[in-house]
Design a protein around this ligand. Structure first.
Ligand SMILES: [Zn+2]
Length: 444
């Protein structure tokens, strides 16, 4: 049975329509009213029941069907500050300093939504039992959306969840994303004239600097693969005043959440030590806390088969030319590094073939708020080629790619793969969902 793909032909143009509308109307995390409204309207018109999520006005859950199995796809749609860019191979903001889709979430949500619609049509015609769901997940870039949605229990009853991200390859991505905690430490001291009476001052900036020194010594004694990074968010206002207030923002990353928690506890001690040394006070705020991702090889293997069935992405010559021009704006090492992963032929900039599963058994330094979902239900991550080899996420080249025809072509292919994958899960009679659940319940 291959019904979802049969119906996909009727709606495949919708991927580009939705993705380009959202690309032309980029919105920051928690402000995605246009995108959320667009998906609500589109999915309601296609016969989905759409509900909102308490505490998060730009989130939504759209479903069709009833009962188990319940399969879902995650869609994101937030953009990034300062990454406005035209579809062009030179840096040319649409509006200087404005928001842009430098992570391709306009494509991400569109492919997910259209995949659900294709499956719904197949379920309707063939009488397939179960439920298909699109999750509209806001605020990925600040790590807030899925945690709030999870608190409302919206993921609890799913049997399997598929999620994808635009990337430079067309494949299942099985590497384990890192856990992350982002926090900010605020020091408060005593201001004083820096020339006349420095002995009366207690510098909050000194405390920040001593905390950073302490954190840099801490690095030697934390588990392998842990990363610490920081920026000074307030270093004082004027040089002839001892800073009364200063602050520093930290990110701790590690392959597992428990390691992040342990290192964070130690970082707090470093902050307290710095406060004691400088006779200042310190308080902290945890701004985001991501789980690492728990992968599911049963779902990954199934989706790997689907990628093979769906074949190569057929990019046009114009699309390949633009991709090449974009790559040429970056240091050559970017292209070389990406090309080396699958030994892509020199001179190919859009890697179109279905590739072997990427990164199984490996950890990856980046993080995402999908981590919390992967600890709730069996979840699989994958990708389609929407960016040329070497184009980094969160760059102007990525914004240009996300608005381009090759970006849409990659996302359209992804919608097809997701539709087929969801349909396989709903119609499977070989116990895949049970096997995926068994693996999910194992300790790792
Ligand atoms: Zn992203």
């Amino acid at each position: 049975m291959n019904k979802a793909l049969q119906y996909f032909g009727d709606i495949k143009e919708d991927v580009g329509i939705l993705a380009k509308k959202i690309w032309n109307h980029p919105e920051l995390a928690l402000e995605e009213t246009y995108a959320a409204g667009l998906y609500r309207e589109y999915l309601e018109a296609q016969g989905f029941r759409v509900t909102t999520v308490e505490g998060l006005s730009t989130a939504l859950v759209a479903e069709y069907g009833s009962g188990h199995p319940i399969v879902g796809v995650l869609g994101e749609y937030d953009a990034l500050p300062g990454l406005s860019q035209k579809v062009s191979a030179r840096q040319e903001p649409t509006e200087e300093g404005e928001v842009g889709h430098g992570c391709g979430h306009n494509l991400l949500g569109a492919a997910a939504a259209v995949a659900c619609v294709a499956v719904k049509k197949s379920m309707e015609v063939s009488g397939i039992a179960g439920t298909v769901r699109f999750y509209g997940c806001p605020a990925e870039e600040i790590g807030k959306g899925k945690a709030i949605m999870n608190d409302q229990g919206v993921f609890d009853d799913m049997d399997a969840c598929l999620t994808w991200h635009p990337g430079p390859w067309n494949t299942v991505t099985a590497s384990r994303l890192s856990a992350l905690m982002r926090s900010e430490f605020f020091f408060h001291g005593v201001g004083a004239h820096a020339g006349a009476h420095p002995e009366l001052g207690r510098s909050a900036l000194d405390a920040v600097e001593l905390m950073n020194v302490g954190a840099n010594y801490l690095r030697e004694h934390i588990p392998m693969g842990t990363r610490l990074h920081y920026i000074i968010t307030n270093g004082g206002q004027v040089v002839n005043t001892v800073p009364e207030d200063a602050s520093v923002q930290y990110v701790v990353r590690a392959p597992r959440s428990n390691v992040v928690q342990d290192v964070f506890e130690r970082l707090k001690k470093v902050a307290e030590g710095a406060a004691m040394m400088t006779e200042t006070e310190v308080r902290f705020e945890v701004q985001s806390n991501y789980y690492d991702t728990k992968n599911n090889s049963v779902l990954e293997d199934l989706m790997h088969e689907v990628y093979q069935e769906c074949g190569e992405i057929q990019f046009s010559q114009d699309e390949k030319d633009l991709a090449e021009e974009l790559v040429k704006t970056l240091p050559e090492s970017h292209y070389k590094n990406n090309r080396a992963v699958y030994d892509t032929e020199e001179g190919i900039y859009l890697d179109s073939l279905p590739r072997p599963i990427l990164g199984r058994g490996e950890s990856f330094g980046a993080s995402s708020d999908i981590g919390i979902v992967t600890y709730k239900v069996p979840t699989m991550q994958c990708s389609a080629t929407c960016f040329p080899l070497g184009v980094p996420l969160h760059s102007w080249q990525a914004t240009a790619s996300a608005g381009s025809d090759f970006g849409v072509r990659g996302a359209t292919h992804m919608a097809k793969v997701l539709a087929r994958g969801l349909e396989r899960l709903l119609t499977d009679d070989t116990g895949i969902l049970e096997k995926a659940k068994r693996e999910f319940l194992q300790e790792d």
